[in-house]
Write a protein that binds this ligand. Structure first.
Ligand code: NAP
Ligand code: HSE
Length: 434
């Protein structure tokens, strides 16, 4: 059996998952890859930390040069996260002809070009299956199995933490904070969970998926983003009443050759397959012009699911002949230039929850503004008196399909009404018919 030395950068949630899989599935991995794998070094910040796994102390290091300068280390697995020093270390490792596996969506989405170009120019392999949707083989799915298609639309639940939070709030009535604490405890959340709950993580992942699915470079700034911090249990109750659920969706649509890219909380019909994706599960629903509707489903976060994608990338590299020069130029994602649609051009249905004064004429004022802006209402719900002073009520408006620009214009005017105390929330409704 051939032998190969590899190194890990990071031994946190994902690194420990990788370590566990390499040990527990040793025989399968050897047979499938044709190699006996030795983890020669693991880079960490703190060598004495209890990580819940038994790792020989002598392979832990805080000095990246021990990995860089070891000629026998052929493959580097980057699972430390963040931009620097992960970027610098990967570039330096590729300069030394080391192949790379990474789970770092933030780095790929914000500075991926430089990394892909380096891999290409050095003729090393660069794999990143774990960067999107944890254990789901979506990168390979798009890059290998869907290349005969023109992708028309892609809808993803691509962040495990937010899906866990929304699931726990909806099904168990947990508070946002308690659910986030659980997601962190289970190893789903990023080191800074703002990235999850404010939608940045999903924004990075949508940029990566879209660039692969549409063969074009995507600037992450062109992906419209909202997080889930404004979602309250009352919104979930209304969604339930409409036979819907609220999910943080990452959406890309090709609308007449222009790409519409957005991440935001979305009400979707309960009977759609994505509505039944709960807990830390992720799913990606794709419409291809040949294959039709397709859904990938699985665990989107956590040590073992993510470790599964990382180790599979490692095996892919080993199955190619790692000692050959220029073996695997990376898949090109700059085949076409695509224009981006501004969020104001998006057409959707909208749920608008407001708090208004409980007096005659208020509804009329609001519906007049909506009518003047060309927005047609599907339903209006006013729920009884909600304050002890009998002075304010919740008014929920649901629109028919309308342009976002019209909604923005109407909301600006509604804000000005003295009788409107607050626009509490606006959530887009996706019925998958547009
Ligand atoms: P984590 O638990 O915070 O672990 C990070 C590891 O990297 C730690 O072992 C840390 O060392 C080490 N590290 C960080 N900065 C370092 C530095 N400057 N020098 C040396 N070591 C350093 O993170 P994680 O959850 O495993 O995530 C790792 C990567 O995988 C991130 O890019 C993340 O976005 C991605 N990812 C995570 C998941 C998931 O479910 N968690 C899923 C898919 C992708 P110490 O332990 O000594 O502090
Ligand atoms: N924090 C990420 C999530 C990890 O919750 O989905 C997986 O990329």
């Amino acid at each position: 059996m051939k032998k190969v030395k590899i190194a890990l950068l990071g031994l946190g949630n994902v690194g420990c998952g990788v370590w566990k899989i390499l040990n527990s599935n040793k025989e399968e991995i050897q047979k499938r890859s044709g190699y006996e794998i030795e983890v020669a070094k693991i880079l960490v910040r703190e060598t004495k930390k209890d990580r819940g796994v038994i790792v020989p102390e002598e392979i832990l290091t805080t000095d990246f040069n021990e990995i860089l300068n070891d000629k026998d280390i052929k493959i580097v697995i980057e699972v430390m996260g963040g931009i620097e020093p992960a970027r610098e270390y990967m570039l330096k490792a590729m300069d030394k002809k080391k192949h790379i596996v990474t789970a770092n969506k933030m780095l790929l989405a914000t500075g991926g070009d430089e990394i892909f170009e380096k891999a290409d120019s050095m003729g090393v392999m660069f794999h990143y299956e774990a960067s999107v949707a944890g254990g789901i083989p979506i990168i390979n799915g798009i890059n290998e199995s869907l290349t005969a298609n023109k992708v028309e639309q892609l809808y993803g639940i691509v962040n495990g933490t937010t899906n866990y939070i929304l699931s726990k709030m909806e099904t168990e009535g947990l508070s946002f904070k308690a659910a986030l604490d659980e997601a962190t405890e289970k190893g789903y959340a990023e080191a800074d969970p703002i990235s999850d709950i404010e939608g940045f993580d999903a924004q990075y992942k949508l940029a990566i998926l879209s660039s692969l699915a549409f063969g074009t470079k995507i600037d992450v700034e062109n992906v419209y983003r909202e997080g889930i911090t404004n979602i309250k249990s009352i919104d979930m109750d209304y969604a339930k009443e409409f036979k819907m659920v609220i999910k943080l969706l990452a959406i890309v649509k090709d609308v007449n050759g222009k790409l519409e890219l957005r991440v935001h909380p979305t009400m979707i019909p309960k009977n759609h397959p994505l509505a039944n994706v709960y807990d830390s599960f992720n799913a990606i629903f794709i419409k291809g012009n040949a294959v039709g509707d397709l859904m990938f489903y699985g665990r989107g976060a956590g040590d073992l699911p993510t470790g599964s994608a990382v180790v599979s990338d490692l095996i892919s590299i080993l199955r190619s002949n790692i000692d050959l020069e220029n073996i695997n130029p990376v898949v090109k994602n700059n085949l076409w230039d695509k224009k981006i649609r501004d969020i104001r051009s998006v057409e959707s249905k909208y749920y608008i929850r407001t708090t208004v004064e409980d007096k005659p004429g208020v509804l009329g004022e609001i519906t007049t503004i909506l009518g003047d802006c060309g927005i047609s209402l599907r339903s209006v719900i006013q729920r009884g008196v909600e304050s002890p002073q009998h002075d304010k009520v919740t008014l929920v408006l649901v629109t028919h399909y309308t342009k976002e620009a019209k909604v923005i214009e109407a909301i600006d005017e509604i804000y000005e009404l003295k009788t409107v105390k607050k626009i509490d929330n606006i959530i887009r409704i996706e019925d998958f018919k547009n």
